[in-house]
Design a protein around this ligand. Structure first.
Ligand code: AKG
Ligand code: FE2
Length: 359
């Protein structure tokens, strides 16, 4: 079993936090989805007019890509990637199949609902249980072949859906590995410093989760939350947000900044594990998704993480007397378990200063 499934099995979720609202038939924002009490989350987002202070855009073919990536990861923890080589047709296909899925009637989508202990299928975002109000979104999670759930959705027409989901995961895995190599290089690390990245044999396989997100049109977007603020637990996340804005990242001292959709680009988010591996040098970025009144927004996130038995720790070469390791080593499973209990506090809890304070 993979780390994500294993952790989700250990931390089953309450049924209320699995089944989404039938958004199509709701004309007024229900109290269950009204977030007025968290008013400080509603500071208007900042849209920088000046390109120098907005989220970096990096072309993967740029000869200085590694250096640009390093700057972006240190300052922002997020950047937009162009020149990544993912065929436009595949991006169009995955968007089409995602829309096809979420356009189904609610009762049909519920045939593929996630069970309380599993990580794949249809349902609300797992972080729902940490917030008093529900989010204006629904999701579908895939790991490997989605055939079992897809058959429930379309008994006779699921092959294309499955092919696209599998092709997309393969491409995302390959691209994630390429980006991670550049990140390591930019930190002065070599492939040998992360032996598991390109394993020769089967057991040490990197793990990935594909998350399709749907944010239906919302009657009152200023009081609703698409996806509440969180950091990703992955090493990195590749997000395709198509052409409708909604993703925002929190930048120190500035507030929420919108990541403006850029045709064909992928958003690269630094996850908690990469923050640990870089000994805090790369930022893990707090982000959220907001909703709108007129357009049904979709996003497709691929979370890339290490093989199940690998301990992630601050890279030795990045630590010395002046830069002691900030975090204790963790496997992805252990970290997901901590996240399932402590959510956005999990990272703090594995910091050495927090561990020392408890002694
Ligand atoms: O929809 C988005 O833009 C963000 C999605 C996201 O953060 C996630 O799936 O973890
Ligand atoms: Fe996220």
């Amino acid at each position: 079993m993979n780390s994500i499934s294993e952790s989700y099995k250990t931390h089953p979720i309450h049924l209320n936090h699995i089944i989404p609202l039938d958004f199509k038939h709701v004309l007024k924002l229900p109290d269950s989805h009204t977030w007025t009490s968290l008013s400080n989350d509603y500071d208007p987002p900042i849209n920088y007019p000046n390109a120098d202070s907005s989220i970096p855009i990096i072309d993967l073919c740029d000869p200085n890509a590694a250096e640009l990536i390093r700057n972006a990861c240190e300052q922002w923890g997020v950047f937009q990637l162009t020149g990544h080589g993912i065929p436009v047709a595949l991006l169009e296909d995955i968007e089409y199949q995602t829309r096809r899925l979420f356009s189904l009637p609610a009762e049909q989508k519920l045939r593929a609902v996630r069970s309380q202990e599993t990580s794949t299928g249809y349902g609300v975002a797992r972080i729902a249980e940490f917030f008093p109000k529900l989010m204006w979104s629904e999701g579908f999670s895939v790991m490997g072949s989605p055939a079992e759930h897809a058959r429930q959705l379309w008994p006779h027409h699921h092959t294309k859906f499955c092919d696209v989901m599998e092709d997309y995961q393969k491409e995302m895995k390959r691209l994630s590995e390429r980006i991670i190599m550049l990140m390591l290089e930019s930190l002065g690390l070599a492939r040998e410093d992360l032996k598991w990245l390109k394993p020769n044999k089967g057991s040490k396989q990197a793990q990935g989760l594909l998350q399709l997100n749907s944010y239906p049109v919302c009657p009152d977007p200023t009081r609703a939350m698409g996806l509440a603020p969180h950091t990703d637990s992955s090493l990195l996340t590749l997000l395709y947000q198509s052409n409708i804005s909604g993703l925002q990242v929190l930048q120190d001292n500035s507030g929420w900044v919108t990541v403006q959709p850029l045709a064909g680009a992928l958003v690269v988010n630094i996850g908690d594990l990469m923050h640990i591996l870089s000994n805090g040098q790369f930022k893990t970025v707090l982000h959220r998704a907001v909703v709108n009144k007129t357009q049904h927004r979709l996003s497709i996130a691929y979370f890339y993480g290490p093989p199940r038995d690998v301990m992630v720790s601050p890279a030795m070469k990045l630590t010395d007397g002046d830069h002691p390791p900030l975090y204790r080593p963790v496997t992805w499973k252990e970290y997901l378990d901590a996240k399932a209990i402590y959510f956005n506090k999990a990272l703090e809890l594995i910091r050495f200063d927090a561990i020392d304070a408890k002694r």
